[in-house]
Design a protein around this ligand. Structure first.
Ligand code: SF4
Length: 390
């Protein structure tokens, strides 16, 4: 694990507090459920719209800040619901300022991580800010290269706990945009906030299927956070039944598969899930998914030195993916303290790309951001336990 010597804890823009763990969180409600509940409480539908916009569009930090609502109504809401699901325990920004990582404490003491990655315009795409969010506290799937996998499973996150991570990052991202606007570096119409969301933090999203789908629908709502479906990516290690289920949801989101090896023998060494859903079965499900949705599938391939990074393995991967509408992201591994693997160097990564190209498979070498702040999955929690004894 790298040492974050160039970073320091920072306050968030608005730090929400957990009012009471006993009341349900208003963030757990779908828009329809919020509307019907408030109507049952004797309010008009437009009040529900106001509350929704206050939470998800304006990203206000408490019921008290909802000044368009009467005091009586705000008090009623406070008696019925909690507001935030997260308490910030740590916030670090990388030396190059491109990546920030937050550690949040949940009402029961569990710790989860959220990352905000900032990308400059690269000629093809505009500036973007991507929130990488967690869906479980810990993870049961035990991938050997993953810090979260080495910590074990704690529990699924609620819809509110998933969505709240994006709200927190939206506040940070918007405050930065507004600061740039005040300095004349950005125009008023260019306040973007979070532009993309990836479900690639702690946990396996498809193992928390129902809450993840409900959270996507909240994030996607045009009068709230308004994150376009094509700007949302769900990453899975390959839970076949859920991939087939997802194909039927009529969501235009991106699906990313953490593949990491081209054959069962290699994959099973680092990803125990492969024994349940072997590579051939997984790729069959991917074909069905691509056929049903018309969407390209992204394959994540963490390069592990002398484990899965040879040119022969690249060619094998090329043959496996031949005929599938897909793109491969090659990621030199983020080493963990307990993990046995080393980082593949850039030359070897380029050679691997060459092997894929022989089979017409497009790929990108994606250097990880935020190495100096432990931005790999589960690494900040690991460090916090050392520092805080959390
Ligand atoms: S890589 Fe993902 S699925 Fe595997 S142990 Fe880590 S969090 Fe779980």
């Amino acid at each position: 694990m790298t040492t974050p010597s160039s970073t320091s804890p920072e306050p968030t823009v608005k730090k929400a507090s957990i009012a009471s763990a006993m009341l349900p969180s208003i963030l757990d409600l779908s828009r329809d459920r919020l509307t019907s509940t408030l109507i049952e409480m004797g309010e008009k539908k437009f009040r529900a719209d106001q509350v929704w916009r206050s939470i998800y569009h304006e990203t206000l930090g408490s019921f008290d800040e909802m000044s368009t609502l009467s005091k009586t109504f705000r008090e009623k809401l406070k008696e019925t619901y909690t507001f935030s699901a997260l308490e910030q325990a740590m916030f670090l920004t990388s030396a190059d300022k491109t990546t920030s990582k937050a550690l949040y404490k949940l009402h029961d003491g569990e710790l989860i991580e959220t990352v905000l990655m900032r990308y400059e315009t690269d000629g093809h795409r505009r500036n973007r800010k991507t929130a990488c969010i967690s869906t479980q506290a810990g993870c049961a799937l035990g991938c050997t290269f993953c810090a979260t996998g080495q910590q074990g499973f704690r529990r699924n996150l609620t819809v509110g706990e998933i969505v709240a991570q994006v709200i927190e990052m939206q506040r940070v991202a918007r405050a930065e945009d507004e600061a740039q606007m005040a300095e004349g570096k950005r125009s008023k119409g260019d306040i973007q906030g979070v532009t993309n969301v990836v479900f690639m933090g702690m946990g396996e999203p498809l193992a928390n299927y129902r809450n993840v789908i409900a959270a996507i629908r909240v994030l996607n709502d045009g009068q709230g956070l308004n994150i376009g479906a094509r700007h949302i990516t769900v990453s899975t290690v390959g839970l076949v039944p859920q991939i087939l289920q997802l194909a039927e949801e009529e969501l235009q989101i991106n699906l990313a598969i953490s593949l990491h090896a081209p054959d069962n023998a290699t994959r099973s060494q680092t990803m125990p899930v492969n024994k349940r859903y072997p590579v051939e079965e997984l790729i069959r499900a991917c074909h069905k998914y691509a056929d049903a949705t018309g969407r390209r599938i992204f394959f994540e391939y963490v390069l592990l030195k002398e484990q899965n990074d040879s040119v022969e393995q690249a060619q094998k991967l090329g043959r496996l993916l031949n005929g599938l509408h897909c793109h491969v992201n090659l990621i030199p591994v983020n080493p963990t303290k307990e993990g046995p693997f080393e980082r593949t160097d850039l030359t070897a990564a380029k050679d691997f790309q060459g092997g894929l190209k022989q089979y017409g498979i497009p790929s990108t070498v994606r250097m990880e951001k935020g190495i100096d702040i432990n931005a790999g999955c589960g690494q900040l929690r690991e460090r916090a336990i050392e520092i805080l004894g959390a």
